[in-house]
Ligand binder design. Structure first.
Ligand code: MRU
Length: 347
């Protein structure tokens, strides 16, 4: 299995694979302070819900490092401001807020210690978030593999791979596990306009690993599904509400409608950290709108008329009734979602 190091924290620098550049070039983006991390998340150097969370946690570590020489009060005040900034870097993926919340809890618990020691505790917690995510994804892969037939053609959207997480991936983690367990796996990867995470990232990851993959334009999915060419659809998630409604990359909702119409199993693959236990339904999820340039330009070249109005939501919400199951590290959640997800919170 090829190891993809989405991020690495070493000697107080966060190294990120620059996902804006793949697959044309493999470049590493260095974050020397939390502002660099904030920029990297906003500009999608790093993207994908769990990866954003882990990167933000290291952003907090970098903020603490910078402030360690200040007096205690100033250290705590400025650290709090930095966490506020990181928390707002992108609005939809709840793993970001989840990770910042964990870092805030550490500050709260150890605020009596000198700044240098708080910094050490924060570093430990960021490492935990990072390592837990990789282990969680490996567990999800094993659990998810139980629903993959011996011979299966799988459709996926966006990139829910190693690049979107601390490592291994969620939806692609299940695909990896199925492939390495000896199953006959073929993948169709949606291009995923407008940022093309499918063609740039998913195709890159799977091809490098030798997992058979065909790239398709997003609009091809309907024909494949209608023609019985897809056995199962596996996608990631950015935020899951208590009732199972799930925000994921724009276009996911459309796939779920097709899946329901043509009776194809449609699974969300995500860690528990992607569940927002504070919201009852998808109506409460903030959907990020990104710049019009993502549609009007490709690599800086204009492909739409000057002055055209653009609507560019980055995510949509798949209603829970279209979801066959949610594959997590704690098992596969099935309907009724409200009941079964709420039970996880209590556990
Ligand atoms: O805008 P992006 O690239 O951050 O969107 C990513 C997705 O929608 C992924 O499918 C989701 O974060 C799950 S990643 C395991």
């Amino acid at each position: 299995m090829t190891e993809i190091k989405t991020m690495e924290f070493k000697d107080d620098i966060l190294y990120l694979i620059d996902q804006r550049k793949l697959p044309i070039s493999y470049e590493v983006f260095e974050c020397k302070d939390y502002r660099d991390v904030d920029f990297a998340i906003r500009d999608m150097v790093v993207r994908g819900a769990p990866a954003i969370g882990a990167a933000a946690a290291y952003g907090v570590v970098l903020a603490a490092r910078e402030l360690v020489y200040k007096g205690k009060d100033e250290f705590l005040l400025e650290l709090d401001k930095a966490m506020d900034i990181l928390n707002k870097a992108r609005p939809t993926a709840v793993n970001l807020m989840w990770a910042i919340k964990r870092m805030r809890q550490v500050v709260e618990e150890y605020k009596g210690l000198p700044p240098e020691e708080i910094y050490e505790k924060l570093k430990e917690e960021a490492d935990n978030i990072y390592e837990e995510d990789i282990n969680t994804n490996k567990t999800i892969g094993k659990i998810g593999n139980t629903i993959v037939p011996e011979k299966a053609t799988i459709l996926t959207h966006c990139n829910a791979g190693a690049l979107a997480t601390a490592g291994f991936g969620t939806a692609l983690g299940v695909i990896r596990e199925a492939f390495y367990s000896g199953k006959d796996i073929r993948v169709y990867a949606d291009e995923t306009r407008p940022r093309c995470q499918g063609s740039r990232l998913t195709a890159w990851e799977l091809k490098m690993e030798g997992i058979p993959v065909k790239l398709i334009a997003d609009s091809v999915a309907a024909t494949l599904i209608r023609d019985g060419k897809i056995d199962v659809i596996l996608v990631g998630a950015d935020r899951i509400a208590l009732n199972g409604d799930t925000a994921n990359k724009i276009g996911t909702f459309m796939l779920s409608v097709l899946a329901r119409t043509y009776n194809v199993p449609f699974y969300i693959v995500a860690p528990i950290s992607t569940i927002d236990f504070d919201i009852k339904s998808g109506d409460e999820i903030v959907i990020e709108e990104r710049s019009s340039e993502e549609l009007t330009h490709i690599e800086g070249i204009r492909i739409a008329p000057e002055g055209i109005e653009v609507y560019n939501p980055a995510f949509d919400v798949t209603p829970h009734e279209n979801i066959t199951g949610i594959i997590t590290e704690k098992g596969i959640i099935r309907p009724p979602y409200m009941e079964n997800i709420s039970r996880l919170k209590e556990a």
